[in-house]
Design a protein around this ligand. Structure first.
Ligand code: MTE
Length: 324
C-alpha cells in the first residue's frame, strides 16, 4: 500500500491511541488496510433472501440483538460506526474517513456484473439476477488488516463457490480475477493516478471455492454501505483485507495468475496470496501482533487469521515466505 509516513514503522503504532480510535479525525498515513477475516464456527446464521433493492434490509439481522451474536462467538463485534466509518477505499480518497464522507456519489443500483473467461455460462447479470439464485447467509468474520489492526464484522452474503458452480468453469480455469467499477464520475478518487485503476484482485480457483470465501452483499443485517463496497464485494477471511475487493463489476476465469493491484504497485511488499501470517513480516513492520479496534492491548496474530484448520491444506508444500 502507499505509505505516506515514516517508511519504517506501522502507522497504527505511531498514531496516538485516542486519535487512532477516533476514525473521523484519523487520516491514515498508510493508505492500505485489510479486512482479513475469520469465520467463527457456529456463527453462521441463515437469514432469508437479500432483496438487493437498495433499501436498508428489514428482516432477520437488522433487528437482531447483536449482543447475542457476541456471546455466540465469544468475541465483541466491532461497532457499526467503526466498520462503516474507518475504511480503505481509494476510489474515494486515501484517508480512513474519506470513504464514508465521499462515497455518496456511488450509485449501487442499477448495477451489473459480467462473468467472463473460461466458463460454460459467461453472462452479464443485473445485480438482482446475480444474487437471486443464492441462499443468503450471515457470517461473523474476524478481519485482520495488513496495518496490524483487526475488526469483527457480521457480514451478509453467499459463498463464492455457489456462484462458481452456477457458471461452470471449464478445465482451463485456474484463477479468478475480480475488477472494481471504473467510473471517475461515481468514484472521484479515480481522477488521481494513485493506483492503476480499476482496482483488481485475484484468487486461485481452490481458494475461491473454499467455503469460507464470501461474496458479501451486506453487513450488520443491512445492504452494504457504499463505503464498504456496495453493492457487492469479496471477503476472504484468512487473507489480509486488500484481497477483499469492493464494488465488483467483473469476474473473469483465467488460466494464468492475474496481477492484483497492490502486487503491481509494490511487488516487494504485497504478493498474490496475502495470507495472514504472523511469521512473515511486512518488509517495514512486524505482523506478529495486532490491535483489535476498540482495545488497547495488542494480541498475537493467528496463522491464517485463526482459520488454519480450514485453509492450511491449500498451501501444503508452498514456501510461504516466498509466496506471501
Ligand atoms: N477495493 C477497492 N476497489 N478499492 C480499495 O481501495 N481497499 C482494500 C479492500 N478493497 C480497496 C478495496 C483494502 S486495503 C481494505 S483493508 C478493505 O477493502 C477495507 O474494507 P473496509 O473498508 O470495508 O473495512
Amino acid at each position: 500500500m502507499l505509505i505516506r509516513g515514516p517508511a519504517d514503522v506501522n502507522p497504527s503504532e505511531i498514531t496516538p491511541y485516542a486519535t487512532y480510535l477516533n476514525r473521523r479525525h484519523f487520516i491514515g498515513r498508510s493508505a492500505m488496510a485489510a479486512v482479513a477475516a475469520a469465520a467463527v464456527p457456529g456463527a453462521l446464521v441463515a437469514c432469508g433472501t437479500d432483496s438487493a433493492s437498495g433499501q436498508v434490509q428489514v428482516g432477520p439481522g437488522q433487528d437482531r440483538d447483536w449482543s447475542k451474536t457476541k456471546s455466540e462467538i465469544g468475541e465483541e463485534l466491532t461497532p457499526y460506526e467503526d466498520v462503516t466509518g474507518y475504511n480503505n477505499f481509494y476510489e474515494f480518497g486515501t484517508g480512513k474517513g474519506d470513504p464514508s464522507r465521499n462515497a455518496g456519489t456511488l450509485e449501487p443500483r442499477p448495477w451489473s456484473i459480467a462473468v467472463e473467461g473460461h466458463v460454460a455460462n459467461p453472462a452479464v447479470y443485473d445485480l438482482e439476477d446475480f444474487i437471486a439464485p443464492h441462499r443468503i447467509e450471515e457470517r461473523v468474520y474476524r478481519l485482520r488488516c495488513v496495518e496490524a489492526w483487526s475488526m469483527v464484522i457480521p457480514w451478509r452474503g453467499f459463498p463464492l463457490a455457489d456462484l462458481i458452480r452456477r457458471v461452470e468453469p471449464t478445465s482451463r480455469a485456474r484463477y479468478l480475477e475480480f475488477v472494481t467499477l471504473l467510473d471517475p464520475r461515481q468514484m472521484p478518487g479515480q481522477r488521481r493516478r494513485i493506483l492503476d485503476w480499476p482496482y483488481v484482485e485475484g484468487l486461485r480457483l481452490d481458494e475461491a471455492m473454499n467455503p469460507l470465501t464470501l461474496l458479501a452483499t451486506g453487513l450488520y443485517g443491512r445492504d452494504l454501505p457504499n463505503q464498504n463496497g456496495a453493492p457487492l464485494r469479496l471477503v476472504v477471511p484468512w487473507k489480509y483485507g486488500f484481497k477483499s475487493i469492493k464494488s465488483i463489476v467483473k469476474i473473469r476465469f483465467l488460466e494464468e495468475q492475474p496481477l492484483n493491484t497492490w502486487q503491481q504497485m509494490l511487488p516487494s511488499e504485497y504478493g498474490f496470496f496475502a495470507n495472514v501470517n504472523p511469521e512473515v513480516d511486512h518488509p517495514r513492520w512486524s505482523q506478529a501482533r495486532e490491535r483489535r479496534l476498540g482495545e488497547f492491548r495488542r494480541r498475537p496474530t493467528l496463522m491464517f487469521n485463526g482459520y488454519a484448520d480450514q485453509v492450511a491444506s491449500m498451501y501444503t508444500g508452498l514456501d510461504l515466505t516466498k509466496y506471501f
